[in-house]
Design a protein around this ligand. Sequence first.
Ligand code: TRP
Length: 374
Amino acid sequence: MASIIDPWGSSLPEDYEKIVREFGLETFDARLFPEPNKLMRRGVVFAGRDLKRIADCIKEKKPFYALTGIMPSNDRIHLGTKMIIENLRYFQEHGAQTYILVADLEAAAARGVALEEARQRALDFFIPAYIALGLDPKKTLFYFQSENMDVIRIGFQASKKITANEFRAIYGTNDPGRIVSAVTQIGDILYPQLGERQPGIIPVGIDQDPHIRLTRDFVNRTRRLRFFPPSSLYVRYTPSLDGGLKMSKSKPEGCIMLPEDVKTAVKRIKRAKTGGRDTVEEHRRLGAIIEQDMVFELLKQHLIDDDAELQRIHDEYKAGRMLSGELKEIACERMRAFLELFDKRLAAARVLVKKGGLNFVRYKKAAGLEESKR
Ligand code: TRP
């Protein structure tokens, strides 16, 4: 039986290569893009769809957009979100018109969060947090799903082109709340093309790929190809500090959230699973098993931007000249600096948002949405 990824569930893909094969993704090749960011250079970005289309837009300076969504169902964000923003920022800095939407309708339908609460959380925390992580608010358009009639209308149109069997084959369920959430997300993904038909890239977690597939199927069925099928970009998970596949709130000991109290983060890093050997003597002789080291992974994914510096640490540690305790010291120090900076920037971004310093898309009348019968 074909595997199913459930975007609302918590099951995990064990094997990234298998996912690439089964779902027909492209393996990511950093040489495709100019000035790739650290996640691209280091293989943390591992796959995507239709990437050349976007690389060409960048190289030829043609218009394209980058869009992602906030689901305001928790009260803190995950380090995985930090990576999504880093990728979004890459496209923003390379010419993309950037959109961030607040999935308040989805939070209500799939998670039971009241609309008003979802919106308040987005304004109080999520949007400021995204800005604190480097998103340029001046170059970003924001909207609430519940306020964007164009999104809803594209969703309705998509619903006419998708069968219940097809939906079940992709998502493994036919729950009506999931169906409306998914078609609404199709509306989000394509909405920027209503103004001008243009390619777009959706940087997300791999759990969102079902929505990308569904959107692409819908686009391929619309007459006269009114939309470009969306491109997408996926990152690996940040592993749990105990060595599990993914940091998750259900196992807080292995998890660092944002914001996080520095003491808690340091304590958790100190207890993390490393690739160090049982004794110092053995470690000096054999060197660390870097592939099994969660602290090194944290440095690589989140805490060290400079490749040469990361390489130096890698080499020292692998050769056994650096001990796990020393690696942890570096990670704790970097984490402290990062968390403190995040707090400071979050406070500043909150002030900005309160002052109304964001570009919000308010409802515009949908133009030319009806399909021609010809
Ligand atoms: N479903 C996404 C989530 O769970 C949120 C979302 C809604 C989204 N619309 C989107 C993400 C469009 C990317 C593109 O977080």
